[in-house]
Ligand binder design. Structure first.
Ligand SMILES: Nc1nc2c(ncn2[C@@H]2O[C@H](COP(=O)(O)OP(=O)(O)O)[C@@H](O)[C@H]2O)c(=O)[nH]1
Ligand SMILES: [Mg+2]
Length: 400
């Protein structure tokens, strides 16, 4: 063991001295800044003191002279304001000046090589896992597959879409992400049944449309949007009927909209009255029926609802579902309200959902046409006639 102390006015000078004596692989054990007094103690100056040695066991804090010079090749006189970031000790302290551990070139190279190996291993692991989850997804389309799944498109359906798109994309286009997205959108669009807007099919009698669905999905708001658009934009005559007599607030809500848009409103409490209410509006082109948000698991009330719809002679029954509900919840509602009657689907609250893929799963399964989607609380603006390509883009991750 050969330990020596070097003092100089700069770090670079001190390192140069020790390198000259101990060689480039000498180990630095401590570095500090001290104040040296001279002229009989009347004057003082800041200097750097390094303790170094050779033939030592390497410790974590120890640095080679080569590394020290690399860290501060042109080290100025060490005053706190000019000290490089890694040098922290103030003057007249005995703590280490340099805190960061550094490595010899050899250590650094081996670390870089190990990191490279790790990166390769993780990459290979990701490919293996992907192959295990979806064995037949081509690597070039793996990100698109993950994206569909992130939007909660069911794995089987996502795989089917990817394979169908893959079969129509030439290999040289597989890495063109926009092109692949476009082809995928085509495939998604094919699996969506789109129903188009409400259209009058009768002459001399109103076209009767009923909205059914769970509580709070937005039936009343959607009726108001539809009525306002039919009256204000398309200049049709519209009458409104509500059978939601369970809550006074629900009647008030529709009454306020009816007054604003200038549509007559009739409140009907039992099935016997509804035929009369529709007949009273026979001068109207459209009659829209708002229904009570009864619990989907309440079979008695569901059969009552079916009765209302039958007696009213509805031309169209739209099931209203919220895009924010979970898939099991939507499927449950569809099963229950399917016992009443479902001709078409309206999805509400697209503005609030994080998983548009659920719409595709559901529509693909039940194969009922989608008529409208709603995109916010504003009456009458936040409603759109469903369009396949637009919905497909949303399912692939576009924003509203
Ligand atoms: N964010 C958002 N909220 C909506 C949408 N449609 C309706 N709502 C809101 O959902 C809540 C329940 O609506 P309502 O029409 O009373 O539901 P109902 O019980 O099915 O008649 C209200 O606060 C509406 O403003 C929509 O498309 N987006
Ligand atoms: Mg309501």
């Amino acid at each position: 063991m050969d330990l020596r102390t070097y003092r100089a006015s700069t770090l670079a000078e001190a390192v140069a001295k020790l390198k000259a004596e101990l060689g480039p692989n000498a180990l630095i054990l401590s570095t500090r800044q001290i104040v040296e007094r001279f002229c009989l103690g009347l004057r003082k100056r800041e200097i750097v003191e390094i303790v170094a040695g050779r033939n030592l066991q390497r410790r974590p804090q120890a640095r080679t002279a080569a590394a020290a010079t690399a860290a501060a090749p042109h080290a100025p006189v060490l005053r706190p304001s000019k000290v490089p970031a890694q040098i922290v000790a103030p003057a007249e302290t005995t703590g280490p000046l340099i805190k960061t551990a550094t490595f010899s070139d050899k250590h650094f190279e081996s670390l870089v090589s190990e990191m490279g190996q790790l990166r390769n291993m993780v990459g290979q692991l990701a490919v293996d896992v992907r192959h295990q989850i979806a064995p037949l997804i081509p690597d070039e389309l793996a990100d698109h597959f993950q994206n569909l799944k992130a939007n909660q498109v069911e794995a089987d359906l996502a795989e089917e879409l990817i394979k169908a798109a893959h079969s129509v994309i030439r290999p040289e286009h597989l890495r063109n992400s926009d092109f692949v997205r476009d082809k995928l959108a085509e495939q998604v669009e094919r699996r969506l049944t789109i129903g188009g807007p409400i259209a009058r099919t009768r002459v001399g009698a109103p076209h009767v449309v009923a909205l059914i669905g769970p509580t709070g999905v937005g039936k009343t708001t959607t009726i108001a949007k539809l009525a306002a658009n039919l009256i204000l934009k398309e200049k049709h005559s519209v009458g409104l009927i509500t059978i939601d007599t369970y809550r006074i607030a629900a009647i008030d809500q529709l009454k306020r909209y009816a007054d604003i848009i200038g549509a007559p409103l009739r409140v009907v409490a039992n099935p016997d009255e509804i035929a009369g209410a529709v007949a009273a509006m026979r001068d109207r082109e459209f009659v829209l029926i708002d229904t009570a948000g009864r619990s989907p698991s309440d079979t008695l009330k569901l059969s009552e609802l079916r009765n209302f719809i039958q007696v009213a002679g509805a031309d169209e029954v739209h099931a209203v579902l919220s895009a924010t509900s979970s898939q099991p919840c939507i499927e449950h509602a569809l099963e229950r309200f399917g016992q009443v009657r479902i001709d078409r689907i309206i999805f509400t609250k697209l503005d609030e959902t994080e998983h548009v893929g659920v719409l595709l799963n559901v529509l693909h399964k039940i194969n009922k046409p989608l008529s409208y989607v709603t995109t916010g609380q504003d009456v009458p603006d936040d409603i759109e006639v469903a369009r396949g390509r637009r919905l497909a883009q949303l399912i692939l991750g576009s924003k509203l």
